[in-house]
Design a protein around this ligand. Structure first.
Ligand code: MN3
Length: 372
């Protein structure tokens, strides 16, 4: 593996260049890439970038302009993590739940900076030098009114885009409900989660890691992290075009439930039995088998407070906010129509991926296990 470094009008002096080189060595030690990358330290931002960007042919662009500091290295660590996700983990096309790639890169970058500071305490002063300066540089470059929040912005949990129009799932749910569900309810969970996370330093975690370790968080984080994660999954589990369940997944369903019809019946029965608000899930267990289960409120089978959970690969929102405008009290009908919009292609991909990785291990956590 080779790293090619280019300095393009970035005004880095020799000590800065050395620091950057040391940092790249450090990155390679902890997040090993096996392919060649080019790192451009730029004096001027390119289009589509704020402080960093990346191309699919492994070129990382990092905005420097005059000074080397913590935020610049953090940006580099962030883009480097994305390279790892794309090439080593093959995540580019893969299912990316809850903005996982982005959240994970943010969390990783934060962690890597702390580790680097521990390894190189003599560089600490330099790293923190004039962090505000970068912000003002970006301001004049962009003509966007950034404020100092930019520095903490990177730690936030992101919002998942809706992969279709609000009206695209009409057979299942109407445009108005979809709009309110996505913009008011889902975004509300993410906003409240970020607000709650900012009150105390819980460490740099991505959303999935928060879910997996939810027991150590207060109740409001449990509700809002659950709401953020469940809905981020849910949007991806729905498809505007009707799909069939097939392949490996169908085989496993037949094996664990007897037949596809038996699985559907079980899923519908569990949905109807859920009293009040909650979710019903198809879950892959630690043993690699499939099962149907239901969770109350915004809990998720992946939460470490849930008994005999697992990784959910399909879920249905049973809150009234998901269906009431269209179905009112006819929740059974809403459950029935769900089958018309299941994105089986996505569910199958998720199943394949989770079958291969150890269920109770976050990829990034396991990468850094020795240092945590
Ligand atoms: Mn909902």
């Amino acid at each position: 593996m080779k790293v090619r470094i280019r300095h393009i009008g970035c005004g880095m002096n020799e000590p800065d260049k050395q620091l950057a080189k040391d940092f790249i060595k450090f990155l390679q030690k902890h997040i090993k890439l096996h392919h060649n990358v080019t790192i451009n330290f730029l004096g001027k931002k390119q289009k589509d970038m704020t402080t960093g960007s990346r191309t699919d042919d492994s070129v990382l662009n990092i905005l420097v302009k005059g000074r080397m500091n913590r935020d610049i290295l953090r940006t580099l660590a962030h883009e480097w993590t994305h390279e790892y996700q794309r090439v080593n983990l093959g995540r580019e096309q893969g299912p990316d739940i809850g903005g996982k790639n982005e959240d994970e890169a943010n969390a990783m970058a934060g962690r890597l900076m702390k580790m680097f500071e521990k390894e190189k305490p003599q560089e600490k002063d330099k790293l923190y030098e004039k962090a505000e300066k970068l912000v003002s540089l970006i301001n004049e470059n962009n003509n966007i009114n950034y404020n100092t929040e930019l520095l903490t912005e990177m730690k936030k949990i992101g919002i998942e885009n809706l992969p279709y129009a609000y009206s695209a799932l009409k057979r299942f749910i109407d445009e108005k409900t979809m709009n309110i569900h996505y913009n008011k309810h889902y975004k509300g969970y993410v906003d409240k989660l970020n607000k709650a996370l900012s009150k105390k330093d819980f460490g740099d975690l991505d959303l999935e890691e928060i879910i997996r370790s939810i027991g150590r968080f207060p109740k409001d984080i449990r509700n809002n992290a659950g709401g953020a994660f469940n809905h981020a999954m849910f949007w991806k589990m729905l498809s505007p075009t009707k799909q069939e369940c097939k392949g490996e997944l169908l085989k496993q369903i037949k094996k664990d439930f007897g037949s596809y019809k038996d699985f559907k019946n079980k899923f519908e029965m569990m949905s109807k039995k859920r009293f009040g608000s909650g979710w019903v899930w198809l879950v892959i267990t630690k043993r690699g088998t499939l099962k149907v289960m239901s969770t109350p409120n915004q809990d998720n089978p992946l939460m470490n407070v849930i008994n005999r959970g697992g990784y959910p690969i399909l879920g249905l929102d049973l809150w009234e906010h998901a269906y009431y405008l269209k179905y009112q009290n006819k929740r059974d009908e809403y459950i029935k129509n769900f089958w018309d919009v299941v994105n089986w292609e996505f569910v199958d991909k998720l199943y394949q991926m989770k079958k291969k990785t150890k269920l109770n291990e976050s990829l990034v956590l396991s990468m850094l296990k020795t240092t945590l």
